[in-house]
Structures are given as structure tokens and as C-alpha cells.
Design a protein around this ligand. Structure first.
Ligand SMILES: Cc1cc2nc3c(=O)[nH]c(=O)nc-3n(C[C@H](O)[C@H](O)[C@H](O)COP(=O)(O)OP(=O)(O)OC[C@H]3O[C@@H](n4cnc5c(N)ncnc54)[C@H](O)[C@@H]3O)c2cc1C
Length: 476
């Protein structure tokens, strides 16, 4: 057995049920867990108060504390992995690094570059830990990626079933290992290592950001959230999930994005429950996550251009800055849209139904480029995932994979009436509308009220016709 290997944590920030930990411990005597604040990635975080970084720093400190109780620690660096990893490898003379595999195009490139620099003295071993099934496994009979969700979902489910009964299922396995006595503590480390003992505030300061305590998204709450959801809400998920005024979804997204919750545990725990429509629907949502990750993996160009070729560089997008600004500041004059934007600003999260309504409004009624909406969400969502966000935005704007037909434009009034019938969601995020009777908020009559609230920035009917006409011409 080799004496030491590095375990490089990236999007699997947990100590339990962690595939790279399990793999490394099978092959080496001791492991050194590390994390890198990658300056290339940090460039995409211009806001010094970004709550995702506070969450991340807090998570790293908790991991470090837990590892300390096992006579180890988490070692954190700041820079580019391409600079840091080779120096660390040479310094510690390790022959192997274990990490979770990342399927985003830029990260695939990063890992290839690192593998090249390290070869032949050290190998980077990658394991699919962020998704249940590695992209590229679920293919059509002609070995092509699926471009439609439902057949993909069926094939995905069949693949799981094929791996055996739940207790022995190879895909749903819970990786178990003991870390005690297996953690390596180096006497000195090369490069800019950040001391997690200083706490999250100081850690962020050292990399140029400001820590803000966030009671809404506490790293330690991930598993409780999942378990409470599975115990109390999942049975009603199918019927309640679309209601904006109900707290009926898991809100596990941020914990999955950073890997505090293992994706295997979501499937495993859901499958262990007595099957019903709520469970089936929730698992299908988890499969959407895998579907979009597969699309991005097979079609990396979809990050920047519409999945559907006919829409690429073909839509005469509205370039009015003022329209974009009114949207992102929640000043559209449509209560449901403005409330959703306010939810995003205040919570770093937005209800799925609201995401669909606002993305449709943005790309169809305002005819603003979906990629600008995607970037706006990317700056604010705690659960931001490139694949799902690009997928969701392109789906809503009609130019994505398996998207609804171009003439389907969400009507904010009808959506509001249906999914926020008493206006509770709107009133929560727009308290200045507190006194407006609930049955009026999602109607045209709302605009006749003499209240301090913007008039609609576009006429719904006219803007709908404009969107349909524009997209129809391209589709011909
Ligand atoms: C325009 C737009 C942008 C989106 N951007 C993101 C994003 O950046 N990151 C993200 O995780 N999801 C995104 N989604 C999908 C979905 O809105 C969120 O996953 C969901 O709202 C998260 O809430 P939850 O954790 O309570 O999910 P639940 O309803 O409890 O679902 C459980 C998990 O399944 C996954 N999931 C659920 N719905 C979807 C979906 N439609 N597509 C992909 N995965 C899904 C998520 O990981 C989610 O946490 C987007 C949807 C749209 C329409």
C-alpha cells in the first residue's frame, strides 16, 4: 500500500458516503483532504458578500472541525489547481489524487490539464459522486445521447433496477469507512495554505470576500432538511410542489450543489419509502438534474448557444438595458414576477414554478436573451448548477432541449391565480401589497388600483403576440 494520497474535495463537501474517500482508503494508508479556492472560479463571483462563499467557508470550517476530532484536518489553498496541485504532489511525494468527477466543460478541461502535468509521477483518479450515474452511460439503443427527457428517465430507472435490489444495489450503495487513524498531517505544506482554525470570517477575508452569517442556509441543516422532507412532505409533493405559497419542496438544491448531501442518499432514501406518486415525482426531478448534466456533457456548446440550432443567432433579442434593469430589480409591474425576483434577492433561492414563470416572461414577453437571464440567476442562486440553469432557461425560452412549443407563453395572471390563489406568495415578498385583496393581485384590475406600484412594463397580450410571431418566423 502506498503511504499517502491526496483527496481533493470539490463538489462533495462531506465526510460520509464520499466515493473518493472510500476509494483512496482502499488503496493507501493515509489520506490528506484538501480544498482549493480556485481563483479561476472565483472570478465568476464579483460580489464580495456572495452568500454562496459564506456557505462554502462555513462548510469547510465544519469539515475541518470534524476532521480534527479524528486527529486530522482539512487543508485549504488559494490559487489555481494547476499551480497548487503539482507543487503539493512533489512536496508530499504522493502518487495518487482522488476526487469527484466534474462534468462541466471548463472543469473537464482543468482536470485534463492537471492529469497531463502530473503524468507519469502521479495519477488523478476521478469518481462520479455528484450525479448518480456518470454521463454517457445512459444512451439510446443507437448509442446516442437522449434528447428527450421521458425516454431518458425510463432508461435511467431501468438501469438502476438492473443493478439489483435496493439493499445491494451497486449504484445506491452507501460508502462506509473509518477515517480515524487514516488522516495524514504534514509537518509543513508548500504554497498558500489557509488556516481554517481562524474561522469562516477570516478565511473569506484572506481570499478577498466578506462573511455574512446566513440563518436561511446553514450547512449543518442539509440532512435534517432531506429527512424532514422525506418524512413529512414527499407524499404530497406531486399535488403541492407547484404552489408558490406552500413550502412543499425539499430545498435541498444548495446542499446537493456543494455535495453536503450525497445524491445517492436522496435516491436511496426515496426508494426505501413505500412507493407513491409523490415519491415518483420527486425522483423524476432528481432525474431531470441528471438529464441536464448529460445534455451539457454531450453538448458542451449549449452553455453559450441555444440547444436548438434553428434559434442560434436567429432571435432579434431586445437589447434595451432599461428593460433588463427593471426585470432584475423586480420593477416589472407584474406582482408575481416582482415577488419572485424579490425572493431570489432575499433568499438566494426561487421556487421552481416561479423560475419557469419569470424565465418565460424574460425571454418571451420581454424578448430578452435567455443567456442574460441565466447569468443573472448564476449570480444569485444558492443552488446554482450550470447544467440545470442553462437547461431551465433554454427550456423556458423555447430554444432548449425537450422544450415546450414556442407558442406556449406563461400567462403571469393565470399562473398567479392558480399557484398563488390568495396572493400570499406575492404579499410575503412585496409587503407593500399587503392590503390588496388576494383575489385582485393576479388580475388586470390590480393595475387600476391607486397604489404605489409600477405599471406593467409591457402589455401581456401584445408582448405574447410579438414573441410568438418572432419565434414562428424562425421556426418556419
Ligand atoms: C429557469 C430555471 C433555472 C433553474 N436553475 C437551476 C439551477 O441553477 N440549479 C438547480 O439545481 N436547479 C435549477 N432549476 C431547477 C429547479 O427549479 C430547482 O432544482 C428547484 O427549484 C430546487 O428546489 P428544491 O431543492 O426544493 O427542489 P425539489 O423540488 O425538492 O427537487 C429536488 C432536487 O431535484 C433537482 N431538480 C428539481 N427540479 C429540477 C429541474 N427542473 N431541473 C434540474 N434539476 C431539478 C434539484 O437538484 C432539486 O434540489 C432551474 C429551473 C428553471 C426553470
Amino acid at each position: 500500500m502506498a503511504p499517502v494520497a491526496i483527496v481533493w474535495l470539490r463538489r462533495n463537501l462531506r465526510l460520509k458516503d464520499n466515493k473518493p474517500f472510500a476509494a483512496a482508503l482502499r488503496h493507501v494508508d493515509k489520506i490528506l483532504p484538501i480544498f482549493i479556492f480556485d481563483t479561476t472560479i472565483l472570478k465568476q463571483f464579483p460580489n464580495p458578500y456572495d452568500r454562496r462563499l459564506s456557505f462554502l467557508a462555513h462548510t469547510l470550517c465544519l469539515l475541518h472541525d470534524a476532521l480534527k476530532t479524528l486527529q486530522g484536518g482539512l487543508f485549504v489553498f488559494h490559487g489555481t489547481p494547476l499551480e497548487i496541485i503539482p507543487k503539493l504532489v512533489d512536496h508530499l511525494k504522493v502518487e495518487a489524487i482522488y476526487a469527484d468527477e466534474d462534468y462541466e466543460p471548463a472543469n473537464i478541461e482543468r482536470d485534463r490539464a492537471i492529469q497531463k502535468v502530473l503524468a507519469p509521477r502521479c495519477k488523478l483518479h476521478l469518481y462520479c459522486d455528484h450525479l448518480l450515474i456518470k454521463p454517457g452511460i445512459i444512451l439510446t439503443q443507437s448509442n446516442q445521447p437522449y434528447k428527450v427527457y421521458t425516454p431518458y428517465m425510463k432508461a435511467f430507472r431501468a438501469h438502476i433496477v438492473h443493478q439489483g435490489a435496493l439493499e445491494h444495489n451497486r449504484l445506491l450503495i452507501e460508502y462506509r469507512y473509518a477515517l480515524s487513524g487514516r488522516l495524514f498531517i504534514p509537518s509543513a505544506l508548500h504554497g498558500k495554505s489557509i488556516d481554517l482554525n481562524l474561522g469562516a470570517e477570516e478565511v473569506l477575508k484572506q481570499i478577498g470576500y466578506i462573511y455574512k452569517k446566513d440563518t436561511l442556509w446553514e450547512p449543518k441543516n442539509g440532512f435534517n432538511r432531506l429527512d424532514n422532507f422525506l418524512k413529512n412532505q414527499i407524499d404530497h409533493y406531486k399535488t403541492n410542489r407547484d404552489f408558490l405559497d406552500l413550502n412543499a419542496t425539499s430545498r435541498c438544491g444548495p446542499y446537493l450543489r456543494f455535495g453536503l448531501i450525497s445524491i445517492r442518499s436522496c435516491y436511496r432514501k426515496a426508494f426505501a419509502l413505500a412507493s407513491n406518486l409523490g415519491i415518483t415525482t420527486w425522483v423524476n426531478e432528481l432525474i431531470w438534474r441528471e438529464f441536464y448534466a448529460n445534455i451539457l456533457y454531450h453538448f458542451p456548446n449549449s452553455v453559450h448557444e441555444s440547444f436548438q440550432e434553428k434559434y442560434r443567432n436567429a432571435i432579434p433579442w431586445n437589447s434595451k438595458e432599461e428593460d433588463y434593469n427593471r426585470f432584475v430589480h423586480g420593477q416589472t409591474g407584474y406582482p408575481i414576477i416582482d415577488a419572485a425576483i424579490q425572493q431570489l434577492w432575499s433568499e438566494g433561492w426561487m421556487h421552481n414554478r416561479a423560475r419557469m414563470i419569470v424565465a418565460s416572461f424574460f425571454s418571451k414577453n420581454l424578448l430578452l436573451d435567455w443567456s442574460k437571464g441565466e447569468s443573472f440567476f448564476a449570480q444569485h442562486l444558492m443552488d446554482y448548477e450550470l447544467a440545470s440553469n442553462v437547461g431551465g432557461w433554454q427550456w423556458s425560452s423555447a430554444c432548449g432541449v425537450d422544450a415546450p412549443p414556442y407558442f406556449r407563453v406563461f400567462n403571469p395572471y393565470l399562473q398567479g391565480k392558480r399557484f398563488d390563489p390568495d396572493g400570499q406568495y406575492v404579499k410575503k415578498y412585496l409587503p407593500n401589497l399587503e392590503k390588496v385583496p388576494g383575489h385582485i393581485i393576479h388580475t388586470m384590475d390590480f393595475h387600476t388600483l391607486h397604489i404605489d406600484y409600477p405599471k406593467p412594463m409591457v402589455d401581456y397580450t401584445l408582448s405574447r403576440i410579438r414573441a410568438i410571431e418572432t419565434l414562428k418566423k424562425i421556426g418556419l
